[in-house]
Design a binder for this molecule. Structure first.
Ligand code: IP8
Length: 245
């Protein structure tokens, strides 16, 4: 069983406190991942109160690049610090976690396409390690460097490692309908269009609609769930919202 799971940045950091890890929540998630019986596990984490404020301060996004080396070091440095905390929490829980920094291996071509060789990640998995990646700032031909979100890494890696299951651990317990209740299953965008804004138009905010669309395009089932759902996800149960196109 090969599993790719993303720990949302808002879950593992205190979103209102700059560069503050949510130690207890992170330890709880790390413990659940350690207790799971997953042969091949890849962990990806988001930026939360580490990368996002710095990216905003330097006016850089997934499409708007930055040419200033100091800005790139600033954003990459804060994400390395968060990754060190996540790898440390996983290691403390007994997971064979090792850091993989996307900035060192991935780039975007001039048309924005992601090039992300995954040989190192597949080799780590084959040898029993748990690669831990994160949203990052990566070189972008002609634009300096742009942001690579953890969500984009998840969908890219899920295909590369042929994941059996994908999980997004978010602050919400699933994709919510208009009443705030969790939609248990989404097999087409229309299943959730009302709650996600009603149209299948391109999502520029990177919000839930964009996540759902990207996860529907995967071959493997994906789950969106809150921190309380991690044990069930790791156990292979249906949890939160199941997205399978
Ligand atoms: O939190 C963003 O990753 P995300 C990465 O997964 C940076 O969207 C550096 C802001």
């Amino acid at each position: 069983m090969t599993v790719v799971v993303k720990l949302g940045g808002s879950v593992i950091t205190e979103k209102d406190q700059p560069e503050t890890v949510a130690d207890d929540r992170l330890a709880g998630l790390a413990g659940a991942l350690a207790d799971g019986d997953i042969d091949d596990l890849v962990v990806v984490h988001g930026a939360g109160s580490f990368g996002h404020p710095r990216a905003a301060a330097h006016d850089v996004s997934a499409t708007d690049g930055v040419q200033d080396a100091a800005a790139i070091r600033d954003i990459a440095g804060t994400m390395e610090a968060l990754n060190t905390a996540v790898v440390g929490a996983l290691a403390d829980a007994g997971v064979a976690a090792v850091p993989v920094h996307p900035a060192s291996v991935a780039h975007r071509t001039a048309d924005g396409a992601l090039e992300f060789p995954t040989g190192a990640i597949e080799t780590l998995l084959d040898d029993g390690f748990v690669p831990v990646l994160h949203g990052d700032i990566i070189s972008h031909a002609g634009a300096g460097a742009t942001i690579l979100s953890g969500d984009e890494i998840v969908t890219h890696l899920a295909r590369a490692v042929d994941a059996d299951r994908v999980g997004l651990c978010s602050t919400v317990p699933g994709v919510l309908d208009d009443d705030g209740t969790v939609i248990p299953s989404i097999t087409a965008f229309s299943d959730a269009a009302g709650a996600l804004g009603g149209s299948d138009a391109t999502d520029v905010t990177g919000g839930m609609a964009g996540k759902v669309r990207a996860l529907l395009a995967l071959g493997s089932p994906a789950y969106v769930f809150g921190p309380a759902g991690i044990e069930a996800f790791v156990a292979g149960d249906d949890v939160g919202t199941r997205i399978n196109g």
